[in-house]
Design a protein around this ligand. Structure first.
Ligand SMILES: CCCCCCCCCCCCC/C=C/C(=O)SCCNC(=O)CCNC(=O)[C@H](O)C(C)(C)COP(=O)(O)OP(=O)(O)OC[C@H]1O[C@@H](n2cnc3c(N)ncnc32)[C@H](O)[C@@H]1OP(=O)(O)O
Length: 690
């Protein structure tokens, strides 16, 4: 909707009303068309101001409408009509003017903004382009170079930068509507031709030839054609889904019925981190950047000395990167666990070893004051076991950060059967304060992200046994869009991590027979043997690839690996075959997706959006493929099921390839869209079908 009011004197005020961000829904567009007409017809009105209610000008086109047929007045003619009005129209920009919101403002003759407002054309992040005249008006206003930067990056800019670029006519710290009203009263009666941006020539740099000038003449048509192509593309659908899934996960719910809207969070101002290895250091920085005072504890003197040098430097660097003048939080370092007695929340980040973590939790529960939240940064160990050794199991949750913890956006908040809603709500809110995408997940080995990674890694190893090289596997995955293939990623994170986990699980190590079947299923000892050869990845300069020495970053093919693979295959009587990239993708991705279905079936994630957000923000899943579960829907659930059945038939000793019951059920009911799975799963659960 848009509300029309006549201010004392001659100014008409049009207020966009569509909470929370005044997106340009059909009703809002209709409201704008009607109110602009009314202002035009009213002879007493000499000028017009357009603003948004509740401190937000406009968050752009209503993305929810993109999923269905577009109803109501189209955006482009509506903005053209505003530009053509013969009374001055000013946009009074507060909060945000993004996408279609900025395009609407560019159709106005003047733009006045509050100093705290953010402006931008983020359409590219949704797989679109500024298709409501933005690609045409912005370059005419600020020149090609600056406009291209904003359009291709989609970045949000401050009012100060927008003023400098020439997008805004005025910036104010005062009431922006009052300022805009005063502004239009002042300019009423002045000629408007030079303010109609779509009619102006484009200021081009001297090196741009006349072809571009001609292209700009046809710009509006070209914009529409390109937008139509993008609008119908799978990538645009995936990016828009990713936008919403990021927001859906904030509205968490637990199987117990506790949820974001019925559970109160505590506000944390004092926290402690135990263990100052790579993860602990990053967590300290992430907390301090939000203004929380942190007690950073490390019992090994050498590690403590290193961390107390490194952490302040990391904090300075990160604060600089985020343009914060001074790092807001205060950090104190200690080697004494007793020093955490006064904090409200502790995050344990010691070595991934259950007996060590149990020892720390027993100690914490005796030194912390009652009511302190105890969190573990474990990447897959049993939260319930940790809770069991504390006096208040309800106050124990997992906070699984991803390295580097002060940079990576993902946080898995792990609830055990005894975790209280308050503990989950507090950890979720703390994650949000740290700028993370926090996802609530159930307590199972590996939680969601690492649980799904297991079948993915397993398939990659099997593919090497069958004839592929690490490069071939990585290339197929990178071609799909991962920033790094599975073997390059393993080299980066260190091959010893998985090796240790497999040893603890009794899958490898002294006394374990060197066969390719272990614990009743197919097993590849390849990664164990690579570790046994002292090749632990980048840190040792050798892994699945070779590097320019320990800590080297550039992966190069290593003849050692090829000879090793040939010898391994010969030893086990395996005949190498040529494996197509399609098979690599199917085996790795469909096994991972299948585990995603198992996770939904086990209620370890509340919905497919949770899994997809985890993979996009924590595991490099290409955003333009939406996430593994969205991708499954795009490929077609029937096809995924059929290919899993095929691969499971060929590899019956690989349980991860056995299609999940949930996948079968979804196919049986006609493969409904991903957005409806959550509801379907809940219904199936009620009727005990899962
Ligand atoms: C057949 C072919 C036809 C082709 C032609 C078709 C033509 C169709 C028209 C095409 C027009 C194209 C040109 C214009 C395109 C656009 O404008 S695309 C949208 C651009 N805008 C954005 O990308 C902004 C997105 N929003 C944000 O970045 C943030 O939400 C915010 C505005 C900065 C506010 O942030 P914050 O305060 O943190 O709140 P959030 O939690 O993010 O959001 C609150 C709720 O609002 C919902 N929401 C936000 N923006 C939109 C939006 N634009 N449309 C719909 N909904 C939006 C968000 O989902 C949250 O909802 P809830 O989770 O339900 O609370």
């Amino acid at each position: 909707m848009a509300m029309y009011s006549r201010l004392p004197g001659s100014v008409a005020l049009i207020t966009l009303q569509n909470p929370p961000v005044n997106a340009l829904s059909a009703a809002v567009r209709q409201g704008i068309v009607d109110t602009v007409q009314r202002a035009l017809k009213d002879p007493k009105v000499t000028s017009v101001v357009i603003c948004g209610q509740n401190g937000k000008f406009c968050g752009g086109a209503d993305i929810r409408e993109f999923a269905g047929p577009m109803l109501g007045p189209p955006l482009v003619p509506m903005i053209h009509a505003i530009e053509a009005v013969d009374k001055p129209v000013a946009a009074a920009i507060e909060g945000v003017a993004l996408g279609g919101g900025l395009e609407l403002a560019l159709g106005c003759h003047y733009r006045i903004a509050h100093s705290k407002a953010l402006l931008g054309l983020p359409e590219v992040t949704l797989g679109l382009l500024p298709g409501a005249g933005g690609s045409q008006r912005l370059p005419r206003l600020i020149g090609l170079t600056a406009a291209l930067d904003l359009i291709t990056t989609g970045r949000h800019i401050s009012a100060a930068e927008a003023l400098k670029l020439g997008i805004l006519d005025q910036v104010t710290d005062n009431n922006v509507v009052d300022q805009a009203v005063e502004f239009v009263r002042r300019v009423a009666g002045q000629p408007l031709d030079s303010r109609r941006l779509s009619t102006l020539p484009c200021p081009c740099p001297p090196d741009v030839d006349s072809l571009l000038d001609k292209a700009m003449v046809k710009g509006m048509e070209k914009e529409r054609d390109l937008l139509t192509t993008l609008f119908n593309s799978g990538q645009a659908r995936a990016l828009q889904y990713a936008f919403f899934s990021q927001r859906v996960v904030g509205k968490w719910s637990l199987p117990s019925g506790a949820s974001w809207d019925n559970s109160a969070a505590r506000t944390i101002s004092k926290a402690a981190v135990i263990g100052l290895g790579t993860m602990g250091r990053g967590i300290v920085v992430a907390l301090a950047l939000t203004g929380i005072s942190v007690v950073a504890v490390e019992t090994q003197e050498k590690q403590l000395a290193e961390a107390s040098q490194a952490v302040p430097a990391m904090l300075q660097r990160e604060a600089g990167r985020r343009s914060l003048a001074t790092p807001p939080g205060v950090i104190s370092f200690s080697s004494n666990l007793q020093d955490v007695s006064e904090v409200e929340l502790v995050i344990e980040a010691v070595f991934e070893d259950m007996s060590l973590k149990l020892q720390v939790f027993r100690h914490l529960t005796s030194v912390c004051r009652p009511g302190t939240l105890l969190c573990s940064n474990t990447s897959g160990l049993d939260i319930d076991q940790l809770a069991a050794v504390t006096q208040s199991p309800g106050l124990v949750v997992g906070m699984h950060f991803f390295a580097p913890a002060h940079v990576m956006k993902l946080l898995e908040v792990v609830y055990g059967p005894r975790s209280s809603p308050e503990a989950v709500a507090t950890a979720m809110q703390l994650g949000k304060r740290m700028g993370k995408v926090s996802v609530a997940v159930g307590n199972c080995p590996g939680f969601v992200g690492n649980r799904m990674l297991k079948p993915y890694l397993e398939q990659a190893n099997f593919l090497l046994e069958e004839g592929a090289t690490p490069q071939q596997v990585d290339e197929a995955l990178e071609e799909f869009g991962f920033p790094m293939g599975v073997f390059r990623m393993s080299d980066l994170s260190g091959l010893d991590v998985g090796w240790r986990i497999r040893k603890e699980a009794g899958l490898t190590g002294p006394g374990v027979e060197s066969t390719r079947t272990r614990q009743g299923r197919r097993y590849s000892p390849l990664p164990d043997q690579v570790c046994e050869a002292g090749r632990l990845g980048q840190k040792t300069g050798r892994g699945w690839y070779q590097y320019d020495g320990p800590g080297g970053r550039v992966a190069r093919s290593d003849p050692w690996v090829h000879i090793f693979l040939e010898a391994y295959r010969a030893e086990h009587g395996l005949v190498a075959r040529s494996i197509a990239p399609e098979e690599i993708l199917e085996r790795c991705l469909y096994a991972l997706i299948n585990e995603g279905f198992n996770i939904l079936q086990d209620a370890m994630a509340a919905g497919p959006e949770d899994i997809d957000a985890i993979y996009v923000f924590g595991y490099g899943w290409p955003r333009h493929h939406g996430g593994p579960m969205f991708h499954a829907g795009q490929v077609g659930l029937g096809r995924i099921l059929e290919r899993l059945q095929h691969h499971h038939h060929n590899h019956p000793d690989v349980p991860h390839l056995k299609p999940s019951t949930l996948l079968r059920r979804l196919v049986a009911v006609g493969s409904p869209p991903v957005q409806t799975w959550r509801e379907f799963i809940n219904k199936e659960r009620v009727h005990s079908q899962l």
